[in-house]
Design a protein around this ligand. Structure first.
Ligand code: IMP
Ligand code: MG
Length: 176
């Protein structure tokens, strides 16, 4: 198992991530003024990003999580999307900012946005750490993007392959 991580090619360093997350946090607070923001993270991949982003946003901010199924243990979308865990608290009247690790086909995000529109939220925006724009199948709005990435399977900083590599502090590309 020790040799496993040698198959990971570094793509975005810990320092690059930290710098970008700090910028995103500042930008978000600037755009929202003094509004109370509800970050809604998509489990499990976005948990690491959300925890850093949360601390990069000043003022009133809370967070919640949803869990959605869209991937099995492979690297291709199954196309199956369903809610495994809903919000703990009602998003009615809240300024919801959906926090995703990576947008690939866009199917997960489209489903979440449709679901969120059924609630009377004050607003809904999206913040994605990574945008794999070449793979987009459905057009989804992303208000805040950390980095655009090529059509490769990335791991680390919360993102996994078959439950592995979430603990890498950087983002890398999974080799063969
Ligand atoms: P989508 O529904 O195809 O946009 O897939 C979005 C979800 O698939 C993301 O939130 C990730 O959890 C997962 N995903 C997509 N691409 C990757 C990748 O390169 N590495 C790890 N997870 C990925
Ligand atoms: Mg995800």
């Amino acid at each position: 198992m020790i040799t496993v991580q040698s198959a990971i090619k570094p793509l975005i360093s810990e320092e690059q991530i930290a710098a970008r997350v700090a910028e995103l946090g500042k930008q978000i607070r600037q755009d929202y003024g003094d509004k109370n923001i509800l970050l809604v993270g998509v489990l499990k991949g976005a948990a690491v990003f959300l925890s850093d982003l949360l601390r990069a946003i000043d003022g009133e901010v809370d967070y919640d999580f949803v869990a959605i199924s869209s991937y099995g243990n492979g690297t291709k979308s199954s196309g199956v999307v369903r809610i495994l865990k809903d919000l703990d608290e009602s998003p009615i009247g809240r300024h919801v900012l959906i926090v995703e690790d990576i947008v690939d086909s866009g199917l997960t995000l489209q489903f979440l946005l449709e679901n969120m529109r059924m609630h009377r939220t004050a607003s809904v925006k999206v913040c994605a750490l990574l945008d794999k724009v070449a793979r987009r199948v459905v057009d989804v709005p992303i208000d805040y993007t950390g980095f655009e990435v090529p059509d490769v399977f990335v791991v680390g900083y919360g993102m996994d392959y078959a439950g592995l590599y979430r603990n890498l502090p950087y983002i890398g590309v999974l080799g063969e």
